[in-house]
Design a protein around this ligand. Structure first.
Ligand SMILES: [Zn+2]
Length: 362
């Protein structure tokens, strides 16, 4: 496979290496030279694999890497504040949401490299083109007891290879489930939303943009479990293609009132899945999770349940007519293959989930 920069997707200029899990995160969570165990999937099935944390890095241009170092610097400060349960501002959540977009897409591209691209996915977007482009959410939980750890789940599943919707990251005593998907929260927050229709050659998805109802429906994300986590979410309609964009969609009073950047279709940050409210601009402690979890296993179980939920929602067919015939075939083949592998792994996932729930206790 040709080498590409994880940020811009082009052949790396002045080649450099990007740590998908940045050094500050590794330092914050233990020995920087420790090994990680990753479950990865291939056509032959899944297998655990060990590798050195500090070597989990992939090609990038020097300039791209420098451009993103500012976000890394800010994200480090925000993560430290979250770990200390400090009051958080809306702006800080946006930094963290951007950072999670970066890590999620970075992991996706990283696994394509690591697994030698087992499903033949052609990465048609990179970090540059996906940061802050779709609705996104963070489910945040606190666990009892101090401990140094950095683990992630969900990113080794076959479907993550095709569409990197969701993954979870545990940083010491805090766990985050990150979900990013077109129309994850927009419609139910009354904001302009997109109906996915057509996959474009550049990997962006065409759709029709609807104005939004101006009414809130709860729960905003219809999670298939009892959610004790704090839910932070941001509606974003920027990923909508310019061609089908109707400016009127962004002109309703409700939208203007709730928009952070009305020209780009970016909404404010909200908190609370059952009783959503706009997140305060000034630092606030309303985000601190009320429930302190005794164990960590619920994170895996919840991440996998989110996956099942997203998979069910993505069953509808995308129009691929913009693609040449051979690429259409290739895409369908990859998608069917992923579904088949996923269906084979569902029993295993359910088993894992049951085990996690048993450990969790009532
Ligand atoms: Zn680059």
């Amino acid at each position: 496979m040709d080498r590409f920069c994880v940020f811009c997707g082009k052949r790396p200029i002045n080649k450099n290496a990007e740590h998908i899990l940045p050094e500050w995160l590794l330092k914050l969570t233990g020995d920087i030279n420790r090994t990680f165990t990753l479950n990865t999937f291939s056509m032959q099935g899944s297998s655990p694999r060990e590798f050195s944390a500090s070597k989990f890095k992939f090609p990038a241009c020097t300039k791209c890497n420098i451009d993103y170092s500012e976000l890394e610097g800010k994200a480090k400060g925000v993560m430290e504040d979250v770990l200390s349960l400090k009051p958080m501002s809306e702006e800080q959540w946006i930094i963290l949401l951007d950072w999670f977009d970066k890590v999620r897409i970075g992991l996706w591209l990283g696994f394509i490299y690591l697994d030698k691209n087992p499903f033949g996915v052609r990465p048609n977007f990179h970090i540059d083109s996906r940061l802050g482009m779709t609705d996104r959410a963070l489910l945040i939980a606190q666990r009892r007891g101090p401990s140094l750890r950095c683990t992630f789940a969900g990113s080794g599943t076959p479907y993550f290879h095709l569409r990197p919707f969701c993954f979870s990251l545990t940083v010491n005593h805090m766990s985050f489930i990150n979900i990013a998907e077109q129309n994850l929260v927009s419609y139910r927050l009354g904001m302009p939303y997109m109906n996915e229709k057509q996959l474009r050659l550049d990997g962006r998805i065409h759709g029709e943009l609807y104005s939004g109802t101006g009414k809130i429906r709860t729960p905003v994300i219809q999670l298939p479990f009892n959610c004790n986590e704090t839910v932070i979410m941001q509606p974003i309609a920027s990923g909508v293609s310019e061609l089908l964009m109707e400016p009127e969609s962004f002109e309703s009073d409700y939208f203007i009132r709730n928009a952070k950047d009305s020209k780009r279709g970016v909404g404010h940050v909200w908190i609370g899945n059952d009783k959503p409210e706009k997140y305060p601009v000034q630092p606030s402690s309303i985000w601190v999770p009320e429930v302190v979890q005794e164990r960590e296993s619920f994170v895996i179980s919840h991440t996998l349940l989110v996956y099942e939920m997203l998979l069910k929602a993505s069953k509808k067919r995308l129009d691929l007519t913009l693609f040449p015939k051979d690429r259409q075939l290739e895409y369908r083949k990859t998608r069917n293959l992923c579904s088949r592998i996923y269906e084979n792994t569902i029993p295993k996932i359910q088993e894992l989930r049951k085990k996690a729930e048993l450990e969790e206790g009532p």
